[in-house]
Design a protein around this ligand. Structure first.
Ligand SMILES: [Zn+2]
Length: 374
């Protein structure tokens, strides 16, 4: 790191985000951006409620004479579980979609079962062929790129988009939300629609032919997005979203259980965020999450600093996960240690459809297509 170490005076983001900037008062660009975006959202509870009702009506209307009103992707985690719970409360007929990539924790699987039981919604589980997924994951480790979650995220959004077409569903209710997820530096992950990047990395490092892994290129994804054929709605932005309150509701109503950290419902994600990112990429993802919670007044900065002094999750469990990752992905301990100790590489060292993505984005903004579509 060339820059001198510095932490924001309001949140806990620091110079481990290599693009972070600070103003004269030591406030970072993420805090500023948080405020700017918050000003564009509806913040008054009454107004939010009215807007939410309009959205629910619109979704119900779109589902008339169809089997489902909307799709909800569920991982067993807090945000998506709560979206499923709300969909039930609002009387929507949702199709639940869940990804089984071979890494789900028992708790996550149990949570998904309980959500299905409580809501009575149909569940579509995408079971990814393990041998293919393993080959893809091994390729991504060998490529040293940062976004190891690109594979699962790409598979789930592709599947969801395909299901919207199959059942003629217009709306996807997403668990993404501003109050707990607004801050995430761009350099900490990669664009999830970049099928070209996945294929290029696999071509270089993989050893198996991919026959079933669900791919969707940027052009197709943008088509769905820009034409409004399927629309993703971050529905949690229309309610007052407080994580602690929500977890209590989920526990009470659906016998839902917490798994110890943001996105730790997947064992792989737990190892990725708690071991790989800090060790190999010198990134503590909790900083981004906690900084969002500080900005949305759900935690104090001092509390966040104390939490950051602790290990992301217990050392013994980290070791257990280390062994499991070696076993499942056929790496020796030395190979995995070597991986953790060598520096990362940019996704752009491999082929990417970044050019097409940027071109489409420019066209979209130039013609102001959003206005035309809506
Ligand atoms: Zn900040």
């Amino acid at each position: 790191m060339n820059k001198e170490y510095k932490m924001c005076s309001v949140c806990v983001m620091d110079t481990t985000d290599k693009f972070i900037t600070f103003d004269d008062n030591g406030v970072c660009n993420h805090c500023k951006q948080y405020k700017q975006i918050k000003d564009t959202l509806i913040n008054d509870s009454c107004e939010k409620e009215k807007e939410l009702q309009k959205i629910i009506d619109k979704i119900k209307k779109s589902g008339e004479n169809r089997r489902y009103d909307c799709i909800v992707g569920i991982s067993g985690g807090v945000d998506s579980s709560y979206v499923a719970y709300l969909a039930k409360q609002w009387g929507l007929r949702a199709l639940l979609v869940h990804l089984d990539n071979g890494w789900n924790s028992e708790l996550a699987v149990k949570n998904v079962e309980n959500i299905v039981k409580y809501t009575g919604f149909d569940l579509y589980t995408l079971v990814i062929d393990w041998e293919e997924f393993k080959d893809l994951q091994r390729s991504f480790f060998k490529a040293d790129v940062i976004d190891l979650e690109l594979l699962s995220d790409h598979a789930i959004f592709t599947t969801v988009r395909k299901l919207t077409r199959k059942y003629n569903i217009r709306y996807l209710l997403s668990g993404e939300n501003f109050e707990t997820e607004a801050i995430l530096p761009k350099s900490w992950n990669w664009r999830k629609s970049d099928a070209a990047n996945i294929k290029s990395i696999h071509k270089k490092f993989g050893s198996k032919k991919l026959k079933t892994f669900p791919f969707m290129g940027t052009i197709k994804k943008r088509f769905y997005q820009y034409t409004g054929v399927s629309q993703s709605i971050s529905i949690l932005n229309y309610i007052d979203y407080n994580k602690q309150t929500v977890m209590a509701i989920l526990k009470d109503k659906m016998d839902w259980k917490y798994y110890g950290g943001k996105h730790y419902e997947s064992i792989f994600t737990r190892f990725y965020q708690g071991v790989i990112l800090p060790k190999k990429f010198k990134i503590d993802k909790r900083c981004a999450h906690l900084s969002t919670l500080i900005n949305s007044d759900q935690i104090k900065r001092d509390e966040a600093l104390l939490l950051l002094k602790e290990e992301p999750y217990p050392k013994e469990l980290q070791e257990e996960d280390f062994n499991l990752v070696c076993k499942k992905l056929d790496f020796s301990e030395d190979e995995l240690n070597n991986y953790l100790n060598r520096p990362g590489k940019s996704h752009l060292e491999y082929k990417s459809d970044e050019f097409i993505f940027n071109l489409l984005r420019r066209v979209y903004h130039f013609f102001n297509l959003k206005k035309i579509i809506n």
